[in-house]
Design a binder for this molecule. Structure first.
Ligand code: UDP
Length: 320
């Protein structure tokens, strides 16, 4: 199989590329390095079944050629990270909506399978945990930029499902729940790389809000396993799947855990949300995936739990 990964020099994309190459697949990556990094794929350069192009998915002639040569497209290129999204809402909306439009339009010409990466952020402020794929979605007002991300990803989901319904383009939508692991950067606000870097540097560990909000973190290797399993399952086409790990932890407890595991002298410091992001920022109190659907279809079960994930991330940052 030949797989085109948009955003393939990003955190998830580079791990996916690695796993596909190990299976014997051919991989082509397109990435504009806006949040991805060439370092993430440096070890893959020169491998016989690997190719990469540094360009944007909005370069339509180029993307058309790359899609033509692929059997499957995994569309991961997107604006990511709450910090980036709040600071650059125009860029977020344009990148996420336009990029997916182009990918679907071009893939449709020869009906290439497309996997669209969505996010658990689409469940928004819903309190009906665990979140299942057909549940209602509860977003905040348009004056709060955070929700632009969820909304842009929802347009992507609607468009993908519309292409399937109306034009029989095979699509699979995946909602990723706080994916973590080595190579993720804290530059765009993600909590685990941020805490680990702070703890190792002896800097304050910044807990936003009161730290009672919780998240369920998924190891990137489990996400990659799920993506490959879905690509290989014809019954996945036309459907939406959560990919996550049901075990949740509060952000306050996460900070303490990181501090203990790194034997850090850092203080854990609370930061009000309006200082961390913007005034009136809304966080979600809990975010837990219901993974029954993907488990039933492809037998997905997370294999790496938070402690092991943190060990791997800490080791990664120590080596940097
Ligand atoms: N967070 C934090 N300190 C940081 C970065 C994030 O307390 O330095 C919190 C953030 O407010 C949220 C949780 O950690 O409640 C997860 O944040 P992240 O940006 O990793 O992902 P999100 O789930 O918000 O998309």
């Amino acid at each position: 199989m030949r797989v085109l990964i948009t955003g393939g020099a990003g955190f998830v994309g580079s791990h996916l590329a690695e796993a596909l190459l190990e299976r014997g697949d051919e991989v082509c990556v397109i990435d504009n390095l806006s949040t991805g990094s060439i370092d993430n794929i440096a070890h893959l350069k020169g491998l016989p079944r690997f190719e990469y192009t540094i360009d944007s998915v909005s370069n339509e002639p180029l993307l058309a050629e790359l899609i033509d040569r692929a059997d499957t497209v995994v569309h991961l290129a997107a604006a990511v990270g709450v910090k980036l999204i709040v600071e650059q809402p125009v860029h977020t909306i344009e990148t996420n909506v336009h990029g997916t439009e182009v990918v679907l339009k071009l893939a449709n010409k020869k009906k290439k399978l497309v996997v669209i990466a969505s996010t658990s952020e689409v469940y928004g402020k819903s309190t009906t945990v665990p979140f299942s794929e057909d549940a209602d979605l509860v977003l905040g007002p348009t004056s709060k930029h955070r929700w632009a991300y969820a909304c842009s990803k929802l347009i992507d989901e609607f468009l993908a499902l519309a292409y399937w319904k109306e034009r029989k383009l095979p699509v699979i939508v995946v909602r990723l729940f706080n994916t973590v692991g080595p190579r993720q950067t804290g530059q765009y606000g993600m909590v685990i790389p941020t805490f680990v870097r702070q703890a190792l540097a002896g800097q304050p560990i910044t807990v936003f809000g009161d730290g009672t909000q919780s998240r369920s973190f998924t190891y990137v290797g489990d996400v990659v396993w799920a993506l490959i399993a879905l690509i290989n399952e014809p019954k996945a086409v036309g459907q939406v799947f959560n990919i996550g790990n049901g075990h949740e932890i509060t952000i306050g407890d996460l900070a303490s855990k990181v501090k203990a595991m790194t034997a850090s002298s850092s203080n854990i410091v609370p930061i009000p949300y309006d200082q961390a992001y913007e005034s009136g920022f809304e966080d979600m109190p809990r975010r837990v995936p219901d993974i029954t659907k993907i488990n039933r279809l492809v037998g997905y079960q997370p294999t790496v739990e938070l402690d092991e994930t943190l060990e791997r991330v800490i080791e990664y940052f120590r080596q940097q």
